[in-house]
Ligand binder design. Structure first.
Ligand SMILES: Nc1ncnc2c1ncn2[C@@H]1O[C@H](COP(=O)(O)OP(=O)(O)OP(=O)(O)O)[C@@H](O)[C@H]1O
Length: 365
């Protein structure tokens, strides 16, 4: 999968700009604050329905305007015909809500956009995947599943709807019989959701360990463990919901279930993730992101687009070269940002350079 066009309007510092990237490696250069990260952020937004730098009200829309737009075109191989197919998608935020279009049709849910375009981003905040809250890790697993399991998104929606209804009943202290249909729905969707997530973690775990041994060998042996969100070894989800109902009535929300799931990284050489340096946490996060991408490529037959923001300041030279060596071997589309055009590890590789300055992007070579 590779992007052929990115158009943005009123997005952070850009009034209007266009990027026409190449299928392979693309370098984006510019001074501090020029807008390099903003270009990657726009691509990320199309694949996740959210920015990696906060919400709309945190400055996504250009100051003095009230509507941002992002438009992308990409091509992807169709395994059925062995041909490439073009897609296009647009996202607009006009004051209060997002509106998305995919191949000329309005999308009712941004999840449809996210499932169509696959982008893997590594940026200065990516260590949150290791050191941040469980919600970040759940999103990582769910995003991976949206891209490899067509049945996952409808199931995820069913679960989210049932959970919302159950929480509303808890808050209203509704009679017990009102809970029954929603608890049944929660159990049905929840058990299936959990088994998708458990298999997913199991499938990427081997890739993850291998990637850590390549990208950060000093960390030693690692593994990944799925944490379901209730004591699954001891009770079914139905029983867990029943057992927690009195407590849930007091707090007004459902305290057990897959919406509380997480995954854990076990490190043979360290007591826990708290012992990781920031740089090590970043390398582990990167290994997790790459294992997700490798898993997706194996399942779908096409690589996601890679966004590597400010790799130069995130990793030391040796680790950067190891990581770049691995990612370059994929033959996927890659965007790397940097203040300089000189990226160690890229000698001898022909690639375009896009320079960002004064709110516009110019191709230098
Ligand atoms: N809502 C907004 N309206 C106008 N300008 C904005 C808005 N949000 C961000 N900016 C500006 O857009 C630029 C975006 O910077 P961005 O983080 O993309 O730059 P960068 O090239 O990645 O910088 P660095 O190398 O320092 O990381 C900054 O100059 C910032 O002040």
């Amino acid at each position: 999968m590779y992007l052929t066009r990115l158009d943005i309007r009123n997005f952070r510092g850009f009034e209007q700009t266009r990027l026409a990237p190449e299928p392979g490696f693309n370098l984006i250069t510019g001074g501090n604050g020029a807008g390099k990260t903003t270009l990657l952020e726009a691509m990320h937004l199309m694949s996740y329905g959210r920015s990696f730098r906060g919400r709309v009200r945190d400055g996504l829309v250009r100051g003095g305007t009230d509507q941002l737009e992002v438009f992308v075109e990409w091509r992807v191989g169709d395994p059925a015909t062995d041909r490439e197919v073009s897609h296009r998608a647009g996202l607009r935020h006009s004051g209060s809500r997002w509106e998305g279009r995919l191949d000329g049709q309005d999308v009712s849910n941004l999840g449809e956009l996210c499932a169509a375009l696959s982008v893997v981003s590594f940026e200065p905040g990516s260590h949150a995947l290791v050191t941040g809250p469980a919600e970040v890790r759940r999103r990582f697993v769910d995003w991976g599943l949206f891209h490899v399991e067509p049945g996952f998104l409808p199931l995820w929606r069913r679960y989210a709807r049932a959970l919302k209804q159950r929480n509303a009943l808890l808050k209203a202290r509704a009679p017990m019989r009102h809970f029954e249909p929603w608890d049944a729905e929660l159990v049905l969707a929840g058990e299936a959701l959990d088994s998708y997530r458990a298999s997913y973690i199991h499938e990427i775990a081997a890739l993850f360990s291998e990637l850590v041994s390549v990208c950060a060998p000093s960390l030693g042996r690692t593994c990944l463990e799925h944490v379901p969100g209730w004591r699954r070894e001891e009770v079914s989800l139905a029983d867990a919901l029943l057992l927690s109902r009195d407590r849930d009535l007091l707090t007004g929300h459902t305290s057990v279930g897959p919406h509380r799931a997480d995954w854990r990284i076990c490190l043979a050489s360290l007591p826990g993730r708290e012992a990781l340096s920031r740089g090590q946490a970043k390398l582990i996060a990167l290994a997790a992101l790459l294992s997700q991408a490798e898993h997706q490529a194996a399942k779908r037959g096409s690589w996601p687009v890679f966004l590597l923001d400010d790799l130069g300041s995130e990793l030391d030279r040796a680790h950067r070269e190891r990581v770049l060596g691995r990612v370059l071997a994929y033959g996927a589309q890659i965007f790397v940002t940097g203040t300089e055009a000189d990226v160690p590890g890229l000698t001898g590789i022909e690639h375009p350079v896009f320079h960002v300055e004064h709110g516009s992007v110019q191709r230098l070579q």
